[in-house]
Design a protein around this ligand. Structure first.
Ligand code: SAH
Length: 390
């Protein structure tokens, strides 16, 4: 087998469970490994660390798949998938209340480069690494064989395909063509369209945080900024909010919120197709008791970090202006480059800018169906900070 040998002193993170070999950690490659091939990784002393997918195009040169000696084949993929299903069952997924959840979370489930979201009887698969994409038939067959799965859909990898060097399209790959899928989250019925949505159709990582918002919503005038299909607003209405207002720049997303509200008989609801900054600049100051701000990623690369931090500060200062006194306010960042510590500092800056005093009540992240290896900060991208605004 082709072998990647690490520089002296560069194996420690891997020995501790970190699953990536960055290009700078490699001393030499023995053999003629092609992009996507399985390679063996050894430390400078020649000790075998594990096997993973090789990709000379990416800064992440190897993604470790296994620490064992068995080959990376259909049997290994099926076994890891079975383990992922078992973990979800262990944490109560699916349940009567929720059958939309993440079934496979890449490195966190020992299947690097593979994300699978489950919407009741439909599995939406997304590849983020070439090595896994090259084994797609094995993946699709294993997923299609799971009990309760009727259709398997592949969702295009977006930006990942450029970095990793593969083409991907959104299409049905096993089972009958599927349109809108009816499914449930925290007792709310939703209609998700994996073939036409953002991400795989829903932002499942916020499920537990939506439940938290529902618990805090009674009687509140709620504002959901960057609402997408209205996950937070609908949860708040279900939790007894007096009213909910949703802001998103996508007309398609807002249409979905209206449909969800109507079919779940929730209201009163207002939706605005607008840029979040523009809306907040013009909104009536101190007019909401519960505010959620959940923007798309501001920082994609290190060079964007400064601009992103400024953006977060300005956005959150604007959001603070619309918080009534004694409001609860949740603000999120899904930029992996913005650590929780950094994000808290930005929020402190926003509070100062807005002239408001805030108290941090809790800090949360993605739900347990998005597991990550420990000592792998790259995998824990979501920050959800809950404040009281005095
Ligand atoms: N809170 C949502 C997820 C938000 S994802 C949930 O719980 O499901 C980010 C959303 O921001 C997307 O729906 C996208 O359409 C929207 N968006 C992107 N840029 C925007 C902008 N400038 N103003 C308002 N919305 C924007």
């Amino acid at each position: 087998m082709d072998t990647v040998i690490l520089k002296k002193g560069r194996a420690n993170p891997l020995w501790h469970g970190h699953p990536w070999v960055y290009s700078g950690a490699i001393d030499r490659v023995q053999g003629a490994a092609q992009a996507g091939d399985a390679v063996l990784v050894r430390d400078a002393e020649g000790r075998p660390i594990g096997q993973g997918f090789y990709n000379p195009r990416s800064q992440i040169r190897v993604r470790l798949v296994t620490r064992g000696e068995a080959p990376i084949d259909a049997a290994l993929i099926a076994a890891r998938l079975a383990e992922a299903v078992q973990l979800r069952q262990r944490i109560g997924l699916p349940s009567d209340e929720t059958d939309a959840f993440r079934l496979v979370n890449s490195e966190g489930d020992g299947l690097p480069g593979l994300v699978i979201d489950r919407y009741r009887e439909v599995a939406a698969v997304q590849f983020t690494a070439l090595g896994m994409k090259q084994r797609e038939a094995q993946v699709f067959d294993a997923v299609a064989a799971l009990p309760g799965i009727r259709s398997v859909v592949e969702v295009s990898a977006g930006g990942f395909s450029d970095v990793e060097g593969f083409a991907s399209a959104t299409r049905t790959v096993r089972g009958p063509e599927t349109g809108e899928v009816e499914c449930r989250e925290n007792g709310l019925t939703l209609w998700v369209d994996p073939l036409h949505g953002q991400k795989t159709g829903m932002f499942l990582d916020q499920r537990d945080n939506r439940r938290r918002i529902a618990e805090l919503a009674r009687g509140a005038r709620m504002l959901d900024v960057y609402s997408y299909a209205g996950g937070f607003a609908l949860a708040a209405l279900r939790g007894g909010a007096k009213s909910a207002t949703c802001i998103d720049s996508s007309a398609r997303a807002l249409e979905r919120i209206r449909l969800h509200a109507e079919r779940n008989q929730l209201g009163p609801l207002e939706v605005h197709e607008a840029d979040a900054f523009r809306f907040l600049e013009q909104a009536t100051p101190r007019s909401y008791d519960l505010v959620v701000v959940d923007p798309p990623k501001f920082a994609r690369a290190k060079k964007d970090l400064d601009a992103a931090l400024k953006g977060y500060q300005r956005l959150n200062a604007l959001a603070l202006n619309v918080c009534a006194s004694d409001a609860l306010w949740a603000t999120c960042s899904c930029s992996q480059l913005v650590t929780e510590e950094l994000f808290e500092r930005v929020i402190a800056g926003a509070a100062q800018q807005a002239g408001r005093r805030v108290q941090l009540l809790s800090a949360a992240s993605q739900g347990p169906d998005h597991p990550t290896p420990p000592a792998f900060p790259e995998g824990r991208y979501l920050k959800f900070l809950l404040f009281r605004v005095v």
